[in-house]
Design a protein around this ligand. Structure first.
Ligand SMILES: Cc1cc2nc3c(=O)[nH]c(=O)nc-3n(C[C@H](O)[C@H](O)[C@H](O)COP(=O)(O)OP(=O)(O)OC[C@H]3O[C@@H](n4cnc5c(N)ncnc54)[C@H](O)[C@@H]3O)c2cc1C
Length: 434
């Protein structure tokens, strides 16, 4: 019986395993180092914040895997021998495969800062990071101040987590405005204000120079590059992005760039070896997408797609229209299609921006300045329906249509009615002044 071995029990690896089992009787083994069982990484923050226990982040009961004949091996893969189709696990064990799937996810970036490996300095990615945070920052007696380095989605989650335990946070952000490589200026500026309103000490255009140690090898302060200021702290969170977790693959002949290089079928340069999820890098970006997409649902889609291919129905990975969602403290953010920031805005792209006077809700609609075609929307504090925007993007609707039917996309039309008039009159005003 053909043996499929998957490295990594994250969303991409387990989705693949479940779908292969639905489609076939193949032997399936998942080897993974971090935890015995799959858990939802996106829910880690809620464990620290006391909304759920770690067990609740595991959507499948422990018996599920045996019942579905998915063998789980807890171990770290050190080397892949593609000539003999064998993995070396934990320095001493060997496991043969017929087909191998690399689904090893990401790791937090470290940029060689002096002191980055001191006690009390950590990322926020793994279950081990969650345990470390519980030790390093149980409360504001033990942790008088935390410094977070890197202003992306994980950085702001960490700030919210620490805030929930009343731990003062200084947040160092290299950019001149929060996440302005991705968000248009109006949105980014609103989030700057929102972060400050939560009493987080947001420092924009600020880089970390060095992390200083006490006599026991623990962090005692950080130094800011631009001003030389020293900020005493007990914890430093490194959240300056993630990179594919693929160092162990470099000793094999599998082609890598930043990630494991794959084609549209998620195949690597070596026959019978594939890669999915955060660690996979497309040779050519698909449309406006990035070659590496470190988001939850694309990992799941890649797992579902590759299951088909492995079970004999070779199909391409087609992710459809881009969407994503996240949270900036208590403001929900959703994006559908493409709304670019000032830095990456396309020549043809025009924006309509509306912001509520309470400074916690806004939308930005992107459209083509010549054809009026609807290109995408960002929403903050107003929850919209994914399927509706997906349909409008597929149907190539124009911006007038979208603006006049926005209520149909709203999750809570009653709630939306309060803003509809205001949004439409702002939109019509903009048309008159354009
Ligand atoms: C705090 C946090 C919040 C997030 N929130 C969101 C969100 O709201 N929305 C969203 O879309 N995305 C979010 N993400 C990103 C999302 O979680 C990832 O895109 C997704 O988990 C990646 O899944 P994966 O299966 O590719 O890899 P992973 O989940 O990283 O799983 C890979 C597994 O492989 C293991 N492994 C690695 N190397 C080896 C080896 N050599 N041997 C054995 N095992 C190995 C790793 O230990 C890991 O357990 C968040 C990420 C973090 C860290």
């Amino acid at each position: 019986m053909e043996h499929i071995v998957i490295i990594g029990n994250g969303i991409s690896g387990v989705t693949l395993a479940r779908h292969i089992r639905k489609l076939s009787d193949k032997k399936i083994t998942i080897v993974s180092a971090e935890t015995d069982y799959f858990f939802s990484r996106t829910a880690l923050m809620y464990v620290y914040m006391g909304h759920m226990k770690f067990e609740h982040t595991q959507p499948y009961e422990d018996w599920f895997w045996r019942k579905n004949r998915i063998e789980l091996v807890r171990g770290y893969v050190h080397h892949i021998d593609t000539d003999n189709k064998v993995l070396k696990i934990n320095e001493r064990d060997f496991l043969s495969y017929d087909k191998l799937v690399i689904a090893t996810g990401s790791k937090p970036n470290k940029f060689g800062w002096p002191g980055q490996d001191l006690l009390g300095v950590q990322g926020l990615y793994s279950k081990q990071d969650l345990d470390a945070l519980e030790k390093n920052a149980p409360n504001n007696d033990v942790c008088k101040r935390a410094v977070i380095v890197g202003g992306g989605l994980i950085g702001i989650e960490l700030a919210e987590m620490l805030n929930s335990r009343h731990i003062p946070v200084t947040f160092l952000v290299r950019e001149s405005s929060f996440w302005n490589g991705v968000l248009p200026q109006g949105e980014s500026a609103m989030i700057n204000r929102h972060i400050k309103n939560h009493h987080i000490d947001l420092r924009l255009s600020t880089n970390l120079k060095e992390i200083k140690s006490d006599d026991n090898g623990r962090v005692k302060s950080i130094i800011i590059e631009e001003t030389g200021e020293e900020i005493p702290c007990d914890v430093v969170g490194l959240t300056a992005g993630v990179s594919p977790n693929i160092d162990f693959i470099k000793s094999s002949n599998i082609e890598t760039g930043r990630g494991v290089k794959v084609n549209r079928y998620l195949e690597t340069n070596i026959p019978d070896v594939y890669a999915i999820g955060d660690c996979a890098e497309q040779h050519e970006a698909i449309g406006n997408r990035r070659p590496i997409e470190a988001v939850w649902y694309t990992g799941r889609m890649m797992g579902e797609t590759l299951a088909q291919t492995i079970c004999g129905n070779r199909i391409q990975y087609k992710p459809g229209h881009w969407f994503n969602s996240a949270k900036f403290l208590d403001i929900e953010y959703q994006t559908y299609g493409w709304v670019f920031s000032e830095k990456s805005k396309q020549d043809y792209e025009q924006h309509f921006h509306w912001k509520h006077e309470d400074d916690t809700k806004c939308i930005t609609v992107a459209y083509h300045k010549d054809t009026n075609a609807f290109l995408g929307i960002n929403t903050f504090g107003i929850r919209m329906r994914h399927e509706t925007f997906d349909t409008w993007l597929t149907e190539n609707r124009d911006v007038d249509y979208v603006m006049n039917h926005l209520i149909e996309a709203n999750f809570d039309p009653e709630f939306y009615k309060h803003f509809e008039k205001d949004i439409l009159s702002a939109y019509n005003n903009q048309l008159q002044t354009a």
